[in-house]
Design a protein around this ligand. Structure first.
Ligand SMILES: Cc1cc2nc3c(=O)[nH]c(=O)nc-3n(C[C@H](O)[C@H](O)[C@H](O)COP(=O)(O)OP(=O)(O)OC[C@H]3O[C@@H](n4cnc5c(N)ncnc54)[C@H](O)[C@@H]3O)c2cc1C
Length: 407
């Protein structure tokens, strides 16, 4: 294999020249054994089974900074422009390659938020480790009595002079049992109005005061936990952003989260890389079920419209300072497309799409059922579909708080 040293950024390099450089680098560095195996590789990354060629690929991507292509070079990122990052993503897809770090919460949520709000020291401590895929992060927002109404959260962090003392409970904390760090919203001023007494803390998960209890989903997986904080501690400089202004930091992280959820694929896959039309043909559904082909075509058109809107939003966002509220629209449309496709996939499979385990069901059929079930979560996590509609109504359309009633 060719030299895996970092390709140096070249000022004023044209996008075509960059595309050629990226293509060459991928050809010289992406292990052939991983070609087209992104799904399997991501599952291994989730299970912390990163070795052999996958480890090599992750190290090479970390050396270039291209796993987090638009992050600053000073903190281990690629220093690319948005346009260059899109060119890189296309070159990767064309070569059957993939970004081995793209799905973690450190990369999608905490990293960008620390870059937005962190002190220089926080950036130097946390960002390079996220960029190299060395640490896992979780997000501690939801509590048993604070989901959509997040500002009602009660977990306390008391100022003990030289540290914060944290007590309370989080719930639905994805990956908490595997995480090294948690970005947590905590109440630091119980006497202030609820949005104004909240702060954002960067908490080390490796301490006796934190206990995680995985929750099992209907799909069989346990992707999230109840997380208990009992006299847990964080140093004073663990505050991200200003004291009692964590609500702004927290909203920013959610914008980054939603921006990462605008792809119309059900996480966890299903369908084994087949298009819906191919699945429908394979099971003879287009002939057997009247009107089925129309539904398949409608979903394909919705997916195309979503893809074009996503591209337009990305082009319009060029030069803007962050994701803003547009991801709320895209998250909802991505969810609708993905959930409809999962539904149609099972319909196309007929009885074969009703299996839970074992014979006579094929692996792809069982995956499709689990994927359909997990797809239900898409309209809940990152803020439910109804909450996105509220944001669209208020922040994008400028509608008044109340649109109904006598006043
Ligand atoms: C797979 C998955 C992963 C998750 N990961 C995390 C995580 O890592 N960290 C974390 O902190 N949380 C996580 N969550 C929790 C998630 O953010 C919450 O479930 C979500 O915000 C909804 O809160 P809730 O479950 O308390 O529902 P509720 O807030 O009780 O809502 C119940 C229903 O009422 C509707 N509703 C509520 N308020 C309004 C309103 N004002 N207007 C219209 N409709 C309304 C909602 O849309 C929903 O349909 C995850 C959830 C899932 C499913």
């Amino acid at each position: 294999m060719a030299d895996s040293a970092e390709p140096r950024a070249q000022d004023a390099e044209s996008l075509e020249a960059f595309a050629a450089r990226a293509t060459d680098w991928i050809a010289g560095n992406f292990p052939a054994s991983l070609r087209g195996a992104a799904g399997e590789a991501m599952a291994r990354i989730d299970a912390e089974d990163v070795k052999g060629d996958l480890l090599l690929w992750r190290q090479r991507m970390a050396e270039t900074g291209w796993a987090v292509p638009t992050w600053p070079k000073a903190y281990g990122g690629g220093g690319l422009s948005g346009a260059e990052a899109r060119v890189l993503a296309k070159a990767m897809a064309k070569a059957g390659a993939f970004n081995p770090m793209v799905q973690g919460m450190g990369v999608t949520m905490l990293g960008p938020t620390i870059l937005d709000y962190g002190t220089e020291e926080q950036k130097r401590t946390h960002i390079p480790r996220i960029a190299r895929g060395e640490v896992r992060w979780c997000v501690g927002y939801s509590e048993p009595n604070a989901g959509s109404d997040l500002a009602s959260l009660q977990m306390r962090a008391e100022d003990k002079g030289d540290h914060w003392l944290i007590n309370g409970q989080k719930i639905w904390t994805s990956g908490a049992d595997l995480s090294d760090w948690c970005g947590a919203l905590v109440r630091t001023d119980p006497s202030a109005p609820k949005h104004r007494g909240i702060s954002f803390l960067l908490v080390d998960m490796h301490q006796p005061g934190i206990e995680t209890r995985p929750i099992k989903l209907i799909s069989g997986a346990s992707p999230f936990c109840e997380t208990f904080f009992t006299d847990a501690v964080a140093p004073k400089d663990a505050l991200l952003g200003e004291l009692n202004k964590g609500w702004d930091v927290g909203k920013r992280l959610l914008q980054h989260e939603r921006a990462s959820q605008t792809g119309a694929a059900v996480p966890g896959g299903g369908g084994r890389g087949r298009s819906l039309t191919e699945t429908a043909r394979a099971y003879g559904a287009c002939d057997a079920v009247p009107g089925f082909l129309d539904e398949v075509n409608r979903n394909a058109m919705d997916a195309r419209a979503h893809g074009l809107t996503l591209e337009r939003a990305m082009a319009e966002a060029r030069g803007n300072s962050g994701p803003g509220h547009t991801p709320s629209i895209l998250k909802n449309s991505a969810t609708q497309v993905a959930q409809a496709r999962a539904e149609l996939t099972l319909e196309a499979m007929g009885l074969h799409g009703r299996g839970w385990e074992g014979e006579p069901f094929a692996v792809g059929e069982l995956e499709a059922v689990k994927s359909w079930l997990f797809g239900k979560a898409m309209s809940i996590y990152g803020g439910s579909a109804e909450i996105q509609n509220n944001i669209i109504a208020k922040r994008i359309l400028g509608l008044p708080e109340k649109t109904q009633g006598g006043e």
